[in-house]
Design a protein around this ligand. Structure first.
Ligand SMILES: Nc1ncnc2c1ncn2[C@@H]1O[C@H](COP(=O)(O)OP(=O)(O)OP(=O)(O)O)[C@@H](O)[C@H]1O
Ligand SMILES: [Mg+2]
Length: 350
């Protein structure tokens, strides 16, 4: 092979773009988060990450339902092929000091040493990686809910990339990305996001105008709750944007696409086509999404208004294989009715 043909057979590697694109298909409307995270993956792949510490340490702040937890799940899907490939510590379960001790297990000789397995083991860290990528994702979700000893435990882990367990063994976190999410300042952010009512006039403020204010709220709350040593160990602090109407509509489309894929997979030959017209989408968004609560309720709303009536019809054998079912709005009753388009628009549920 000549040098020329050798060169032309090499595909240009654009890892940053590939991962960023794959992530932005799953995580909607949060480009700053993607920009913050992707360079750290690139550094790991290039084997240039500094030694003796985790590969990246991120604090994700911002209003509820804007995709902080979803970011880590989406990254796990992109890197490891499954959103569950995350070692997730739900900090709400570690509100008492003795609960935090469960993370590292009791020292030998202490009561319960044999019965309690530590939660942060090397095996669990490694299991959050995959054959295609050895970078494990560790998520401390809603960190402000944990007892203060959690921060002390994290200080050592973030600094050295290792954690000493109760039995004196050491867990290595060097090949990890550590994510912490927090609702710090969320109540104040909700106030900021709530529509202004002045003399009955609603004046929505553009999202760009809100961003610096939300950042200020988040940083002030962060400084009140965490020590400078802790804040200094963070590689990136990302404040999530409130989701606008376009982003919420895109997330709804994702959910509807996932539902169709789920129907196809589960029903196999008996599957059918689900059509959700624009009017129904508007209705679902009005019921399940808001700037104040983001997309948090959207999934539950789809479950209640769309999936449950569909499930009753499927269970009763009322949807023939290959049918085209349209979900229409019954505004008067505040719910959806399913119509079989092959049967001359007969309502099969009301
Ligand atoms: N930016 C987004 N892109 C795609 N889906 C999103 C986004 N934000 C929220 N969602 C949807 O809403 C659900 C809830 O979002 P998520 O759990 O990430 O919120 P959060 O920011 O962690 O909120 P909280 O602070 O209340 O924990 C997700 O499972 C996902 O279905
Ligand atoms: Mg969350």
């Amino acid at each position: 092979m000549t040098n020329k043909s050798k060169r032309s057979s090499v595909r240009p590697i654009d890892l940053r773009n590939d991962i960023a694109k794959a992530l932005s298909r799953k995580l909607v409307g949060q480009p700053a988060a993607i920009e913050a995270i992707v360079p750290f993956i690139e550094m790991h792949r290039a084997m240039l990450s500094p030694e003796g510490r985790p590969n990246g340490i991120f604090l994700l702040l911002g209003p509820t339902g804007t995709g902080k937890t979803k970011t880590v799940e989406a990254l796990a899907e992109v890197l490891h092929g499954s959103s569950r490939k995350v070692l997730r510590i739900d900090c709400g379960e570690f509100q008492m000091e003795h609960e935090v001790a469960k993370l590292i297990g009791a020292p030998p000789g202490y009561l319960g040493h044999r019965e309690t397995q530590p939660i942060l083991t090397q095996q669990r860290v490694n299991a959050a990686g995959s054959e295609s990528c050895d970078l494990s994702l560790v998520l401390f979700d809603e960190i402000e809910k944990a007892a203060p000893s959690m921060t002390r435990l994290l200080l050592g882990l973030l600094d050295k990339g290792t954690l000493r367990l109760g039995d004196c063994s050491t867990v290595n976190f060097e090949k990890t990305l550590i994510f912490m999410t927090s609702n710090l300042g969320a109540a104040k952010m909700s106030e900021e996001l709530r529509p202004d009512f002045g003399l009955g006039a609603y004046t929505p403020r553009p999202a760009v105008e809100k961003t610096p204010r939300l950042e200020n709220i988040a940083f002030a709350a962060l400084r009140r709750n965490f020590s400078p040593e802790f804040i200094n160990r963070l590689d990136k602090i990302v404040t999530y944007q409130p989701l606008g109407a376009d982003a919420l509509a895109l997330i709804l489309s994702q959910h509807i696409g996932d539902l169709q894929a789920h129907l196809d997979k589960r029903l196999g030959q008996r599957t059918f086509q689900l059509e959700v017209p624009a009017r129904t989408r508007r209705f679902l968004l009005e019921e399940g999404a808001s700037e104040e609560y983001g997309a948090r309720e959207l999934k539950r709303t789809i479950q209640r208004l769309l999936i449950q009536p569909l499930a009753s019809l499927i269970a009763a054998g009322e949807i023939p294989a290959g049918a085209c079912i349209r979900a229409d709005v019954n505004q008067r009753k505040g719910r959806l009715i399913m119509r079989n388009l092959d049967l001359d628009l007969d309502a099969i549920a009301s």
